[in-house]
Design a protein around this ligand. Sequence first.
Ligand code: NAD
Ligand code: USQ
Length: 404
Amino acid sequence: SHKTSNEPSEPKRVMVIGGDGYCGWATALHLSNKNYEVAIVDNLVRRHFDHQLGLESLTPISSIHNRIRRWKSLTGKTIQLYIGDICDFEFLSETFKSFEPEAVVHFGEQRSAPYSMIDRSRAVFTQNNNVIGTLNVLFAIKEFKEECHLVKLGTMGEYGTPNIDIEEGYITITHNGRTDTLPYPKQASSFYHLSKVHDSNNIAFTCKAWGIRATDLNQGVVYGVRTDETEMHEELYNRFDYDGVFGTALNRFCVQAAVGHPLTVYGKGGQTRGYLDIRDTVQCVELAIANPAQRGEFRVFNQFTEQFSVNELARLVTKAGEKLGLNVQTISVPNPRVEAEEHYYNAKHTKLVELGLKPHLLSDSLLDSLLNFAIKFEDRVDTKQIMPSVSWRKIGVKPTTIPA
Ligand code: NAD
Ligand code: USQ
């Protein structure tokens, strides 16, 4: 096809690490649809965790091979696939040399806080997998593609719940009459969330030392399941975790409401977090790629659109459920985690909006469609997987197959 002189000569080449997962699959399809050249890198370890723990996505998900074949047959677009572990540097080097990415979006980590708190071996696995994987990506960029922009998924949980406003990555402090802009203090509260803090430190250092360009996306809790691309065909459906280990707050509540299980509010329910629709995850990542960081710049964006407490989410789901004729109850579950249950929370999130993010705010219609989605698959729900089974206080060294 003919190109005019001011169009980019080639589509941008984006490597999506963790592209078989919840955020990664939606993002890979979105970028491919927007004519980016996409390669998925994934070792499918997440599917393996599900088997090990006896869990399953609410939605049936097809193999990564069938997903990619279906995408090609529907759209004519090719997504390249590299199956392997990014902790294996030889494998990662080969993918870099063969695909030559201009941007790497890194979703490929063990992302469940409860999983990281099951036992010693899961805690060690999580920090090893996440910290070493990210270090390898940094070395691969330095060695093979030094202009490549790293877009790294971090978490709002890196900041914890301080009693002051949360800034985007940095805070300006005056101390004993001198002023500096410093990394915002980090107070993570699981071995998983801590792995992200360690990653952020390694990335910040290599931006300074080697001139890496990086964007740390401190994402809040993601909800929803449909995106324009995944709803094109059943074989493109995204995963939907509702269990006590991988399920996250709002998605879990919708499934609980659909099957008549009381909503599981942990402790007092005042825990407040940033939340966003998965349609905004894909939008934010695209914005970060389209507006890359400078060489040597370590940019931090807080990636969420609204704040809610767990109690507020329970109230919203109860109201939306009642409209569908569901009788929704809520129970207070003794909190399996160690976290503040009543606290101040006010986090900035303007940088992605300045780049053009148009948020999909949580609405009655979205809750309605999520609930209907959960009702559609209610026969697949294993209610034994709903109650939390991992305790922050009881974690020990004894290997645990099925959390008790
Ligand atoms: P997910 O578990 O669905 O997907 C992660 C993918 O990475 C899986 O397909 C897994 O197989 C792959 N992976 C893990 N380790 C790997 C390795 N060493 N080599 C290759 N592939 C590997 O998780 P998700 O919910 O899509 O989360 C993606 C990223 O976004 C994570 O970094 C997570 O911390 C972050 N995040 C997620 C949420 C959320 O609510 N889901 C919120 C904030 C941040
Ligand atoms: N919670 C309940 N009831 C439930 C589930 C959770 O009260 O049934 C509470 C938790 O105690 C916590 C809050 O809801 O206070 C959020 O928990 P979550 O499981 O939804 O989210 P979290 O463990 O923080 O982890 C998820 C993703 C992780 C990501 C993080 C973003 O799994 O990858 O980093 O959200 S954030 O929360 O901003 O750190």
